[in-house]
Structures are given as structure tokens and as C-alpha cells.
Write a protein that binds this ligand. Structure first.
Ligand SMILES: [Zn+2]
Length: 237
């Protein structure tokens, strides 16, 4: 209840700032949407009207792919969500700091991609807190507004994630990029598959993701030229 009260007063503070005509500094509308308490709904959309899409990247950070991906996103001024393994965070904390510094959002993807479908809430909580602790050791003060269960095996994770103020994050479109079917195939699957408001599941870790990064680098400017905007997933069900 304390947390809920805090966010309510925080919202009032934001409204007061806006009413006073003051700037919110570097906060983008997408980041502002991350505020407010999480709930147990597994969100799979941007929650916005029009041609919006949210890109999410799982299983990193990975030094083979994440830096290149960050370069691509930066060059097109796109913000995305990175669903991190705690173990990889410990191995590559500098990549976590870069993800945060470049304005992307973080997502807890467990310590080692455990299947939690049969775990108790206390077991889940210990793992999720350990993952966030690894993230905060790498990037002190970074927000972790989302949680994604490995392989979508949600079990009781949504209630635990919401209690830790992380919104369960699903997806509407997956293009099976982990099979490395070829960059042009991934481009086609993304072009054919993306519809308004989608959360899209992609990977920057778990193997060689060169095809994924190259496909994203082609699709982003195509969609932008067609009036699409890239935003973050909704933070409420
Ligand atoms: Zn994963």
C-alpha cells in the first residue's frame, strides 16, 4: 500500500510540474508511461493508438551482438526493451550501463533463464530479486519496469513480478530469429507480421544474432518512412 501511495503522489507531482509549465527534462513520453504501479497482466502491446510498435530483445547482454544492436538503435533514435539474464549482467556489466545510458528500458529475464512454471512464489521472488540485484550492481539506480518469463512459462511469476513493481511482458509477434533463417527472411517476417501496437520478441543473446541485428537495421528505417513510431510496451494491463 505504501508503494501504491507513493506512485499516486508521484503522479500528482508530475501533473503539478506539467501544470506549472516546467520541463520534465530528458523524460520521454514513453518513459513517463513506465510510471505507476505494475499489475499482474501480461502486457503484449504498446497500449497506444496508431502505428506504434515496441521492440524487445531477450537473453543478453551479449558482447557479440548487443553493442552492434545499440549502435543501430541509436542511429535511428529508437528506444527498446532489453530482457536480461542476471548471469550475463554479471559477466558484462558495462553493456548494462550502456543500455541504460542510451535510454532503453530494462526487463528482468531471471538469473539463468530458469523455467519457473512450477516454482513457488518465494522461489520465484528470490530469483527475481537476485537478478535485479545483479542489474543494480552493474547500473546503480536503474529502473527495471518489466519482467519476462523464460519461454513464456509464466506459472505464478506475474503476481511476484507485480509485487516487485515489474510488469509482466509478453509479446504478439515472434519471428523465430533464434533459428537464424537468414536476414532477408527475418526482414520479411517482420514486415509481414508487424501490426499496430505490437510488442515484438527478438533476441540479442543466446547465440550469434548477426541476422537479427541486420534485419532490425533494415526494418526500422522502412517502418519509420511509413509513419511508424517505436515506443515501449504498456506498463499496465
Ligand atoms: Zn529468453
Amino acid at each position: 500500500m505504501i508503494r501504491r501511495g507513493f506512485f499516486r503522489s508521484s503522479d500528482r507531482f508530475l501533473i503539478a510540474l506539467l501544470a506549472a509549465g516546467l520541463s520534465l527534462g530528458a523524460m520521454t513520453p514513453a518513459q513517463a508511461d513506465q510510471r505507476g504501479p505494475a499489475d499482474t497482466t501480461i502486457v503484449d502491446s504498446t497500449g497506444r493508438d496508431g502505428r506504434t510498435v515496441a521492440l524487445t530483445f531477450d537473453d543478453g547482454p551479449d558482447p557479440r551482438s548487443t553493442p552492434h544492436l545499440l549502435d543501430v538503435l541509436r542511429s535511428h533514435q529508437v528506444k527498446a526493451v532489453f530482457c536480461l539474464w542476471g548471469e550475463h549482467v554479471k559477466e558484462h556489466p558495462e553493456l548494462v550501463r550502456r543500455i541504460v545510458a542510451e535510454g532503453h528500458a530494462l526487463c528482468n529475464h531471471t538469473m539463468r533463464h530458469e523455467n519457473m512454471s512450477t516454482w513457488s512464489p518465494s522461489e520465484i521472488g528470490a530469483n527475481l530479486r537476485a537478478t535485479n540485484a545483479a542489474i543494480h550492481a552493474a547500473a546503480p539506480g536503474a529502473r527495471v519496469p518489466y519482467f519476462r518469463a523464460p519461454n513464456g512459462a509464466w506459472g505464478r511469476t506475474p503476481e511476484v513480478a507485480a509485487a516487485l513493481d515489474m510488469q509482466p511482458l509478453g509479446w504478439r509477434l515472434s519471428v523465430a530469429d533464434w533459428n537464424n533463417p537468414g536476414t532477408h527472411v527475418l526482414v520479411q517476417r517482420l514486415r509481414d507480421g508487424i501490426s499496430a501496437g505490437d510488442v515484438v520478441l527478438l533476441h540479442d543473446g543466446g547465440g550469434d544474432r548477426t541476422q537479427t541485428v541486420n534485419a532490425v537495421s533494415r526494418v526500422i528505417p522502412q517502418l519509420q518512412a511509413e509513419g511508424w513510431s517505436f515506443t515501449l510496451p504498456a506498463r499496465h494491463g
